[in-house]
Structures are given as structure tokens and as C-alpha cells.
Design a protein around this ligand. Structure first.
Ligand code: HEC
Ligand code: HEC
Ligand code: HEC
Ligand code: HEC
Length: 324
């Protein structure tokens, strides 16, 4: 059974290939500690006890939040155990980095050698192989961002209109990734939870906005009735395209940004306009893939004035410390 939300344009995680966060923690202790301080971790225990959650579930005809895929898809990590899908944790490593079974051994194995003796060519081949097995690394910013927005836009009409679920919030990839979610502790060997560099922030900002636009267009495409969902999703697209228009002006050396805005205006934000909205989203998608291949942020200084400051970061990043 395939859970996940591939139909919404996001990367689906496959319960049959989920290894669960404990398998990652074995080597990634600092990253796991950071994760344990997040809402992503806590939702596993707290959400099913929340009265608001139970009201939403009741309106959706969900009897047990932890046993029906409607809520599981976005609030939990589901692993296939004894042929049954079982929620094993909240939103965890593999919700963002991809189901691990096919790449967990490979990605950190230094091609069967040691860190010092693996050649550059072998290292490149190893990462390429891990990517092809479904690993989503910081390097694949577009894929990584698609996962965040696939959940955070809440692109499900019934859940919003009938269930009364929040239609997401004003998510932006810089402030939402640099607060409580941040766990850049691996390559600093656990000494520092390194904030994104200026160049990296520009990429997070630009790719994040683009993915918000793409996800929003696909979400409007699925709207079938006038109501909170159609209204909120259209509003999100309109906001993203205005912000991108400002970015296009600030960074005229990146022609792809203006092209994304053009695509966004090529389809009316209305009901029953699925083919045009989907075509617009596909156009944005191609540009985003090209942006994340072509640029590393170093030449995008024009965007600096638009990027949220640290006082906007959501939650507090964990300071690395000793772990018993
Ligand atoms: C046996 C130890 C081990 C386990 C288990 C492990 N990792 Fe890793 N991981 C590593 C090593 C080693 C590296 C760094 C490799 C290098 O420097 O080339 C790494 C690097 C990474 C990176 C950074 C990739 C990059 O592009 O730099 C991510 C993300 C990651 N691991 C995620 C995970 C996740 C998610 C899991 C669980 C599904 C996991 N790891 C399990 C050893 C492990
Ligand atoms: C498409 C993904 C998605 C699905 C499906 C989903 N949620 Fe959520 N939910 C979210 C996200 C993302 C948030 C955090 C919203 C934010 O602050 O951006 C959230 C937040 C919540 C909250 C806190 C909201 C608040 O107002 O404080 C509750 C309660 C909740 N969800 C219940 C449920 C229940 C019950 C189900 C199943 C019937 C469900 N969710 C299905 C993505 C989803
Ligand atoms: C909410 C999504 C999300 C979750 C959950 C998550 N990660 Fe990450 N991870 C990211 C993002 C995004 C980055 C890259 C951040 C950046 O480039 O600024 C990253 C970066 C990393 C890195 C590179 C760190 C470095 O020092 O540069 C490793 C290793 C890693 N994650 C492992 C894990 C492990 C292990 C878990 C579970 C304990 C986990 N991640 C949970 C999104 C996530
Ligand atoms: C599998 C779905 C899913 C993915 C993927 C996901 N999130 Fe979330 N996120 C949620 C849900 C659901 C909540 C609300 C949890 C709760 O409070 O019950 C949440 C909460 C958060 C919060 C806390 C918000 C608050 O109210 O304080 C932050 C920050 C956040 N997410 C950032 C990110 C970032 C950044 C990414 C991508 C790198 C990401 N998320 C990927 C589902 C997801």
C-alpha cells in the first residue's frame, strides 16, 4: 500500500521502505537530539490528545487518528510491520530525507573504504547512487522543499472545508528551517549547529517561494467548490507570485524568476481550471529544477533585502551539547 501524497506533487514516502528514526540515530546522535526538540517529534504523542484534532477527525469520519491514513500522511512516519502499516513516530528523518531502506547502508559507507581512502570519484559515485535510491540530501534543495510544502500548504480540499483543518500558515523556507528544525551538526562534528550561509539562505528563499507557487497552483487546480480551501489556496498563489515579482526585480540576473511569475499569471485562479493550472505548475517545476542546478546563491546578492531576519525564525535552534 502506498501512503504519502504523490498525487499532490510531493515526494511520497513508502512505508515498506521506512527504517524508522532509531536506525538513523545510531550514527546521527546530534541531529536526532535536535529533532526531539521539534513539533515534528512531539506531534506523535500530543496531536491525538488534542481536542481540536479530535474535532477535525470527527468531522472527517476518522475514528482513530493513529490508524487512518488521512492524518497519518502528514503527522506521522508510517512503517510497514508484519504486513501492517504502523505509525512509528512523528514527522521524522525519512519524512524529509526519503525512505531509507535502499540507501541507509550505502550513503555513509565510504564505498567500502574509509573516509580518508575513498577517492573523489568514488565519493561522487556513492552520492549519485544514494540519490538514485531515493535519498533526499541538502544538495537536492528542490526535492527537500517540495516535501515541506507538500505538507505545509495542506493541499486537501475536504480536510479544510469539511474538517475545518487550518489551510497551512505563512510558511517560508528560511524562517521555518532555521529555527527549531535546524540540525546542521554533522559536518561540524557536533561542535556547532551551523546557520545557513548567506548564499544558502538566498537559495532557500528563492526555491522555497517557487515551490510554494508550484504547490499552490496544483492545490487551486484541485479546488471543486467555492469555500475556504479555494479561497486560501488562491490567496497563497497570489502572495507567492507577488513576492516572486519583487525577487525578479531585485535579482534581474536570474531570468528564471520572471519566467516563473509569467507562468503563474498564465492560468486563472478559478474553479474547474485544472489543465491550465497544472500546466503552469509544470512550467514552474522545470524552472525550479534548473535554478537549483544552475545557481549556488553566490550571485544572488540582490535578494538579501527580502530574506527574513533571525527574529522571524520559527522556534529556537538547538545548541549542540554532550549526549550520554
Ligand atoms: C552507520 C552510520 C549511519 C547511519 C545508520 C545513517 N547515517 Fe547518515 N551519514 C553517515 C555518514 C558517515 C555520513 C557522511 C558521509 C560523508 O561524509 O561522505 C552521513 C551523511 C548523512 C546526510 C548528509 C548527506 C549530504 O549530502 O551531505 C544525511 C542527510 C543523512 N546522513 C541522513 C541519514 C538518515 C535520514 C539516516 C536514517 C535513515 C541515516 N543518515 C543513517 C552515517 C550514517
Ligand atoms: C496535507 C497534510 C496534512 C494532513 C493530511 C493533516 N494535517 Fe494536520 N497539520 C498539518 C500541518 C502542516 C500543520 C501545521 C500547520 C501550521 O502551523 O502550519 C497541521 C496542524 C494540525 C493541528 C494544529 C492546528 C492548530 O490550529 O493548532 C491539528 C489539531 C491537526 N493538524 C489535526 C489533524 C487531523 C486530525 C488530521 C486528520 C484528519 C490532519 N491534521 C491531517 C498538515 C496536515
Ligand atoms: C523537517 C524536515 C527534516 C527532518 C525531520 C530531518 N531533516 Fe535532516 N535536514 C533537513 C534539511 C532542510 C537540511 C538542510 C539544511 C540546510 O541546508 O540549511 C537537513 C540536513 C541534514 C544533515 C546535514 C547536516 C550538516 O551538518 O550539514 C544531516 C546529517 C541530516 N539532515 C540528518 C537527519 C537525521 C538523522 C534526521 C532525523 C533524526 C533528520 N535529518 C531529520 C530536513 C530535515
Ligand atoms: C510529513 C509532513 C511534513 C513535512 C515533510 C514537513 N512538515 Fe513541518 N510540520 C508538519 C506538521 C503536521 C506540523 C505541526 C505539528 C504539530 O504541532 O502537531 C509541522 C510543524 C512545523 C514547525 C513548527 C511550527 C510551529 O507552530 O511552531 C516548523 C518550524 C516546521 N514544521 C518546518 C518544516 C520545514 C522547514 C520542513 C521541510 C524542511 C517541514 N516542516 C516538513 C508537517 C510536515
Amino acid at each position: 500500500m502506498a501512503l504519502g501524497f504523490a498525487a499532490d506533487g510531493a515526494v511520497a514516502s513508502d512505508p515498506a521502505k521506512i527504517v524508522g528514526p532509531n536506525a538513523c540515530t545510531e550514527c546521527h546522535k546530534q541531529e536526532a537530539e535536535a529533532w526531539k526538540g521539534t513539533h515534528h517529534f512531539k506531534t506523535f504523542r500530543e496531536m491525538p490528545r488534542n481536542t481540536k484534532a479530535n474535532d477535525i477527525a470527527k468531522r472527517m469520519g476518522v475514528r482513530r487518528i493513529k490508524s487512518e491514513s488521512l492524518c497519518l500522511n502528514c503527522h506521522f512516519t508510517v512503517q510497514q510491520k508484519d504486513n501492517k502499516p504502523e505509525p512509528v513516530s512523528g514527522i521524522s528523518c525519512e519524512s524529509c530525507h526519503g525512505s531509507g531502506q535502499d540507501w541507509i547502508k550505502l550513503h555513509g559507507g565510504f564505498s567500502g573504504k574509509t573516509e580518508k581512502t575513498e577517492t573523489k570519484a568514488e565519493e561522487e559515485a556513492r552520492w549519485k547512487m544514494a540519490d538514485s535510491k531515493g535519498m533526499i540530501r541538502p544538495h537536492s534543495l528542490y526535492q527537500l522543499a517540495k516535501n515541506c510544502y507538500g505538507c505545509h500548504v495542506v493541499p486537501q480540499e475536504d480536510l479544510v472545508n469539511k474538517g475545518g483543518h487550518k489551510a497551512g500558515s505563512a510558511f517560508d523556507l528560511v524562517s521555518w528551517s532555521q529555527g527549531e528544525v535546524r540540525h546542521n551538526t554533522w559536518y561540524s562534528k557536533g561542535k556547532d549547529n551551523v546557520p545557513a550561509s548567506a548564499a544558502r539562505k538566498r537559495m532557500l528563499y528563492l526555491v522555497g517561494l517557487g515551490v510554494e507557487l508550484e504547490t499552490g497552483l496544483r492545490a487551486v487546480a484541485k479546488a471543486t467548490v467555492r469555500g475556504a480551501y479555494a479561497f486560501e489556496m488562491a490567496k497563497r498563489v497570489d502572495r507567492a507570485r507577488k513576492q516572486l515579482a519583487a525577487a525578479a526585480k531585485a535579482a534581474p540576473n536570474v531570468p528564471e524568476i520572471a519566467k516563473m511569475v509569467e507562468f503563474a499569471h498564465s492560468a486563472g485562479l478559478k474553479l474547474n481550471n485544472e489543465p491550465f493550472l497544472t500546466a503552469a505548475a509544470d512550467g514552474v517545476s522545470k524552472l525550479l529544477a534548473s535554478i537549483s542546478e544552475t545557481y549556488d546563491g553566490s550571485t544572488l546578492t540582490g535578494l538579501d533585502g527580502l530574506i527574513p531576519e533571525p527574529d522571524k525564525f520559527v522556534g529556537t535552534a538547538r545548541k549542540p551539547g554532550t549526549i550520554n
